[in-house]
Design a protein around this ligand. Structure first.
Ligand SMILES: Nc1ncnc2c1ncn2[C@@H]1O[C@H](COP(=O)(O)OP(=O)(O)O)[C@@H](O)[C@H]1O
Ligand SMILES: [Mg+2]
Length: 449
């Protein structure tokens, strides 16, 4: 669980720059609208991405790849994020950069395979017997705590659950009664209890109870109909990596205490694959291939490419989207030069989408959208100046200047960013070309000295 929370936090961080993106902004015929879902221009790439979303949804992309190629700041990551939004929450989308494969904690190929397996979902269907209804009676039988007699704990409880058509009373154990207390379950709550495990899921309040107690913020739900005890189908999506970790942990009690980032045995993965295949055959599960987005592809070396190429042939491979802003470059770990620094056998499997530099008007609109998303007001002139900066330097730089400019406006006690604020921010923050040429000058001086 802890690892999931960490994962989301990391992802949130990276998506921050793309929080204005809600989708690809296409119409029913997969044509890109000028401005929609937070995306501006770049129509060919967006339409291509729309086709890919369709292919993914109909299961026709499994094991294949896409390459997003274009200069920095032309929306490669933005479009990948939009693809994930279109696919919906159920389909795993893992965003990473090739640089993250190189760490001290694990082999690079292990890091890559873990990312790939995080991008494959398994939708599991389970039929379980549950007790479902509105709590219409709940009486605790309290006894002194054997370890601390000043405290009372429930020894058992009588629970009455009602549906529109049925009503049943159960005597429940102390353990379950304690859970009721911890969840703060009260009369009027609608709950589901898994009969086998005793797990409680509060669903909401009945309308009658909500009115009676004026419970503002709890969700009002309808009282269920039918019997209290019933079979219910549950579906949930886990990733192959979740299953790998769960199975690896089962191996040894000590692994409970090790950190989450660790290598997983090949045998564990094979066992998980076997298990999943069995579930699929039995109709209890279904594979949901997701997407692995790898930024800065040129940082992958020949070994990683070879490994990925092989892994893509497996039945359980995610759709891979690579992003590159390099033209011809050397394949890392070799002396061979290739398009985008990607080996030809891998290039053969990739559909290529190119992104183009933005026109002035597009830069302007993107800046407007970003400013609105961050709650920043811009004067007409400030927007003009930022647009110029976006054209002359890079769009990413112009977008990045929004936040510091806003701070300077606040220092003037103004809610609105003016040209002076933009200039002040541009003076103290460098864009990449400036900062790298600055350092190059220093390097030259050091060498000649
Ligand atoms: N077509 C677009 N519409 C709206 N915002 C965009 C568009 N293209 C890029 N952006 C935004 O501009 C910034 C830079 O784009 P990014 O996707 O990081 O470029 P790349 O990955 O090609 O270097 C990001 O904040 C991104 O969300
Ligand atoms: Mg990017």
């Amino acid at each position: 669980m802890a690892s999931e929370i960490r994962e989301i936090a990391q992802r949130f961080e990276r998506i921050g720059a793309h929080s204005h993106i809600r989708g690809l902004g296409l119409d029913e015929n997969l044509r890109a609208k000028d401005v929609a879902d937070g995306l501006v221009g770049q129509k060919k790439a967006r339409e291509a991405a729309g086709v890919i979303v369709r292919l993914i949804q109909s299961g026709k992309m499994a094991g294949r790849g896409i390459l997003m190629a274009g200069p920095p700041g032309t929306g490669k990551t933005a479009i990948a994020v939009a693809i994930s939004k279109e696919l919906g929450k159920d389909i795993p989308f893992v965003q990473t950069s090739a640089s993250e494969f190189y760490s001290a904690e694990m082999k690079k190929t292990e890091a890559l395979i873990q990312s790939m397996r995080k991008a494959i979902g398994v939708r599991i269907r389970e039929v379980r017997t549950v007790l479902e209804g509105e709590v219409t009676g709940l009486d605790y039988n309290m006894v002194p705590n054997p370890y601390n007699p000043t405290q009372k704990i429930p020894e058992s409880a009588n629970l009455t659950l009602s549906t529109k058509d049925d009503k049943r009373t159960f005597s429940v154990s102390g353990r379950l009664a304690l859970q009721f207390m911890q969840y703060g379950i009260q009369v009027g709550d609608i709950i589901v209890i898994d009969k086998e495990t005793g797990r409680i899921s509060p669903v909401g309040k009945s309308e009658k109870a909500a009115k009676k107690y004026d419970l503002g913020d709890s969700e009002i739900v309808e009282v269920p109909s039918g019997r209290v005890e019933k079979e219910k189908e549950f579906t949930y999506v886990v990733t192959l990596h979740d299953l790998d970790e769960a199975n690896a942990r089962r191996g040894s009690i000590f692994s409970l205490f090790t950190s989450q980032t660790r290598e997983i045995d090949g045998e564990v993965r094979e066992a998980v694959d076997e298990q999943v295949k069995r579930w699929v055959e039995e109709g209890r599960a279904e594979l949901v291939p997701g997407v692995l987005f790898i930024d800065e592809t040129h940082l992958m070396d020949i070994e990683l490419f070879a490994f990925m190429n092989r892994a893509m042939e497996s039945e359980m491979a995610p759709i891979i989207i690579l992003a590159s802003n390099r033209g011809f470059s050397r394949i890392r770990g070799t002396d061979i030069s290739a398009p985008h620094g990607i080996p030809l056998d891998l290039l053969d499997r990739l559909l290529i989408i190119t992104t183009e530099p933005y026109k002035k008007e597009e830069i302007r609109t993107i800046l407007e959208i970003r400013a609105a998303e961050s709650g920043i007001m811009l004067s007409e002139n400030a927007l003009n100046r930022l647009t110029e900066i976006g054209e002359e330097n890079s769009m990413r730089y112009a977008v990045q200047l929004l936040a510091p400019s806003h701070e300077f406006a606040k220092l003037r006690n103004s809610g609105k960013v003016e040209v002076e604020d933009v200039e002040r921010a541009a003076k103290i923050f460098a864009d990449v070309t400036q900062s790298s040429s600055y350092l190059r000058k220093w390097e030259e001086r050091l060498i000649s000295a």
